[in-house]
Design a protein around this ligand. Structure first.
Ligand code: SAM
Length: 330
């Protein structure tokens, strides 16, 4: 197996695959409330096409896949797909990002399939605030998912987007979850991927600001070493079982070690979250190209990869970043 390396010397071993653009929540920072134009089904990659691309990537040295979306569990056939992926030799890790609305009853099967780590998106522990942010009253189901993941000992990261005027009062209660659970709570800077391009902040909660808030409540909070290619700056509160991470997603301070590729539900390859797609692999597959040629396309895209998210954004052909994360795969 050859490990593919990009034009900036970064090994690429991680794919984030958005299996659908559909979602059962309407988080205001991600999707508009109404009028969403979902991709018609024939335009989506089929499960077979996705599996084929993953097999090619594994031959190029990708050993980790994150399944995301949209909400992965709203697409029919997801569990069978995960089962298929779990059989691919060389694919060491299959992780999932979910909003947890439909996930709790599936946790025993996820455990059986061998899913070791789940990122659960949860922006508030308060049912009303959860509703205000997501426009759906689903907090109890999400919480059941959290409890099921703990019960089945699946490593859990909670992702919380920090938004001024919305959930900054949740920062400390979220951090408290790490007291008795070995969970990793990650606070994420809000990004402009909300489906309509609007990007107004009362004030911006960036990494230093979030850290200050934590330090006020926990003066002893200390820095942990960050694993290679980590997107989060990691911390721990003395005596707590879990850890805290802060992801400077908007400040983009972690691009130097970026090891990831993205594939959208309609087959667009992205070598950066902030680019607008480097080529469409669905079209190439449906033209009948063989694996070797597809591999060459992927390789070439990686040899022309932007140095960081700012360069990727500047190179965009279609203007400012405004598409929803649900269409890119958060
Ligand atoms: N439906 C799944 C979920 O909720 O986890 C997976 C897809 S969702 C788009 C993935 C992650 O992207 C979520 O944690 C969500 O909070 C995050 N996200 C979406 N829009 C964002 C934005 N504008 N800024 C920061 N994070 C965002």
């Amino acid at each position: 197996m050859n490990q593919v390396i990009d034009n900036h010397g970064r090994p690429i071993n991680y794919l984030r695959l958005a299996v659908t653009d559909r979602c059962n929540l309407r988080c205001f920072y991600c999707m508009p409330e109404e009028g969403i134009k979902y991709v018609p089904k024939p335009h989506l990659l089929t499960w077979e096409e996705m599996e084929r691309v993953i097999r090619i990537l594994v031959r190029m040295g990708v050993d980790k896949v994150r399944i995301t979306g949209g909400e992965p569990f709203v697409r029919r056939g997801i569990m069978e797909f995960l089962e298929e992926l779990s059989q691919i030799e060389g694919l060491q890790q299959i992780n999932i990002t979910t909003n947890g609305v439909l996930t709790a009853p599936l946790v025993p099967d996820l455990k059986r399939i061998g899913i070791k780590s789940v990122n659960l998106s949860l922006d508030s522990l308060d049912r009303q605030r959860f509703f205000d942010i997501t426009r759906r009253d689903e907090f109890p189901n999400v919480w059941q998912t959290f409890e099921a993941l703990q019960a089945y000992n699946i490593s859990t990261k909670i992702n919380t987007v920090v938004m001024s005027g919305k959930n900054t009062d949740d920062i400390i209660p979220m951090a408290e979850l790490t007291r008795h659970s070995a969970v990793s709570v990650r606070f994420i800077e809000e990004m402009p991927f909300n489906g309509d391009g609007a990007h107004e902040y009362q004030e911006f909660w960036n990494y230093p600001r979030i850290l200050d808030e934590l330090k006020k409540a926990y003066p002893g909070i200390y820095k942990l070493p960050d694993p290679p290619a980590s997107t989060s700056y990691n911390y721990q509160i003395p005596g707590h079982q879990g850890t805290i991470g802060i992801i400077a997603a908007f400040s983009r301070t972690f691009c130097g070690t970026c090891n990831r590729l993205r594939l959208t539900p309609q087959g667009q390859f992205r070598t950066c979250l902030y680019d607008d797609g480097v080529f469409n692999i669905r079209d190439l597959i449906r033209q009948g190209l063989n694996d070797e040629t597809l591999q060459t396309y992927i390789y070439e895209a990686l040899q022309n990869r932007a140095k960081d998210g700012f360069e990727a954004e500047a190179r965009r052909k279609v203007g400012v970043v405004s598409e929803s994360m649900s269409t890119i795969g958060g």
